[in-house]
Design a protein around this ligand. Structure first.
Ligand code: SF4
Length: 377
C-alpha cells in the first residue's frame, strides 16, 4: 500500500519528469486537457495520453508578463510553466470556453508556447432545448476528427467504447475508495485522497486501475485514525488544494468524511453509457446536471442543495468552503451558498486558496474558531 501511495505522491509532486519519461518509453503523444469537463475518452481512443492540466509547485515569475495577477492560480501557473518551457513535452493541449479566465488561455499559449496541436471547444451552458445537445455533439465530433487527423489513427465506435469502459472502471474504483472513507472516516487522509484522484488525472487509466485494484484491499485492512468532528469540504474548482491545508484540518481534530471538490468526487462522478453512438453518450454525461457546476450556467439546479445533501447524508457537523482566489464562478455563487447553509443551520467556514502564498497561520485561526463552534454541536 505504501508503495502505491508513494507512487501517487511522486507523480503528483512532479508530473513533468514522470510524463516526459512515460512518453519517451511508450512513444505516444501526451495531450493536456484543461479542466473540468473535457471528454478525455476521445483522446484516449486516438491512442494518446490525456492528462489534466495541473498547478505547479512554483511561484509564478515569467508568467507575470503574459497573464494578469488577478487570474486564478491554475491559469497563472499554467501560463508560467508554458512560457518557461516546462510543458514542452506536451504534444498538444485542448481547451474549452469554461470561464472568463480560461477563455484567454489558448491565445496566450498559441503565441508563446505554440504546441503542435491545439484545439479550442465551445462547450455550451446547460440551457434547455435539443439544440444545445446537437451543438455539443458537433463540438465533440469536431474534436474527434481533429485528433484523428493529428494522430493518424481512426477513432472507431469500438475503440471509443473501449476507452469509455476503461474510464468507467476508473470511476467505479475511485467511488469505491470514497465509499471506504465514508464508511470509516479517518481511514484515508485528506492529502492521500487528493493524490489518489490527482494521479488518475496524470497517468494512463489502465495503470491507475491496476494500482487501485491493489490498493483497495490494503486500505480495507487499515484502522481509521481517531478523529472526532466530521466535516465536508467543497469547492476547489479546477485545481488541487495545498496538502498542508488538508493536514491542518485533520491536525485540529476534524475528519473529512466526504467532499465535493474537482480533484475529488466531482472528477469521477457519472459514468458514460456504452452505446452504438459513444460520442452522444459522452455528450449525455456532460449534460448531467449533478454535480452542479457553477461554470455551466445552469439555473435550474442549485449547487447549495447538492452540498447540503452531502453534509446531511454524511452526518457532518460542518462544511469547509475551499474557494480558489480569483475564481469568479465560485465567488459569484458563494453568497447564495453561505446564506443557505445558515438557513439550514449548517456551520460553514471559508478558506481562500492562493497559488503562491497561503498564510497557514491565518487559516489555522479560522479553522480553530470553526471547530470551537462546531465541536459542541
Ligand atoms: S473556473 Fe475558477 S479555478 Fe477554474 S479556470 Fe475558471 S477561474 Fe480558474
Amino acid at each position: 500500500m505504501e508503495r502505491i501511495l508513494k507512487k501517487f505522491f511522486e507523480l503528483t509532486a512532479n508530473p513533468y519528469g514522470s510524463l516526459a519519461e512515460w512518453k519517451e518509453k511508450n512513444k505516444k503523444k501526451v495531450i493536456g486537457c484543461y479542466p473540468m469537463q473535457l471528454p478525455e475518452e476521445i483522446i484516449h481512443a486516438a491512442g494518446m495520453l490525456p492528462v489534466i492540466i495541473w498547478r505547479s509547485n512554483e511561484p509564478v515569475t515569467m508568467g507575470h508578463a503574459h497573464i494578469a495577477p488577478f487570474n486564478c492560480g491554475l491559469t497563472r501557473s499554467f501560463v508560467d510553466d508554458a512560457v518557461k518551457g516546462k510543458l514542452s513535452f506536451l504534444d498538444g493541449v485542448v481547451f474549452y470556453r469554461m470561464c472568463l479566465q480560461a477563455q484567454s488561455l489558448p491565445f496566450i499559449i498559441e503565441r508563446n508556447a505554440c504546441p503542435s496541436y491545439m484545439e479550442y471547444l465551445y462547450l455550451p451552458a446547460l440551457y434547455p432545448g435539443a439544440s444545445i445537445r446537437d451543438y455539443l455533439i458537433e463540438e465533440f465530433e469536431r474534436l474527434k476528427k481533429s485528433l484523428e487527423e493529428f494522430g493518424g489513427q481512426e477513432i472507431t465506435v469500438q475503440s471509443l467504447n473501449r476507452s469509455i469502459s476503461v474510464y468507467n472502471r476508473n470511476r467505479r474504483l475511485l467511488a469505491e475508495v470514497y465509499a471506504l472513507r465514508r464508511e470509516k472516516p479517518g481511514l484515508i487522509k485528506g492529502r492521500e485522497m487528493q493524490a489518489i484522484v490527482n494521479s488518475s488525472m496524470l497517468m494512463p487509466k489502465e495503470e491507475h486501475n491496476r494500482l487501485l485494484e491493489e490498493l483497495i484491499p490494503e486500505l480495507k485492512k487499515r484502522s481509521p485514525a481517531d478523529q472526532k468532528v466530521r466535516v465536508v469540504i467543497y469547492g476547489g474548482l479546477c485545481q488541487t488544494v495545498q496538502p498542508e491545508v488538508l493536514d491542518l484540518i485533520e491536525s485540529l481534530g476534524m475528519v473529512i468524511v466526504d467532499d465535493d471538490m474537482y480533484v475529488g468526487s466531482r472528477y469521477f462522478a457519472n459514468e458514460v453509457e456504452a452505446s452504438e453512438k459513444p460520442v452522444e453518450s459522452l455528450a449525455n454525461r456532460y449534460l448531467k446536471k449533478l454535480p452542479p457546476c457553477p461554470t455551466k450556467g445552469d439555473w435550474e439546479t442549485d449547487w447549495t442543495d447538492y452540498v447540503i445533501e452531502i453534509v446531511k447524508r454524511n452526518k457532518a457537523q460542518g462544511v469547509i468552503t475551499m474557494l480558489v482566489k480569483f475564481c469568479p464562478p465560485h465567488l459569484c455563487y458563494y453568497p447564495d451558498l453561505k446564506r443557505k447553509f445558515a438557513e439550514h443551520g449548517i456551520p460553514e467556514v471559508l478558506i481562500e486558496l492562493e497559488h503562491e502564498v497561503i498564510s497557514l497561520e491565518q487559516t489555522r485561526t479560522r479553522l480553530q474558531s470553526f471547530i470551537e463552534i462546531i465541536g459542541g454541536v
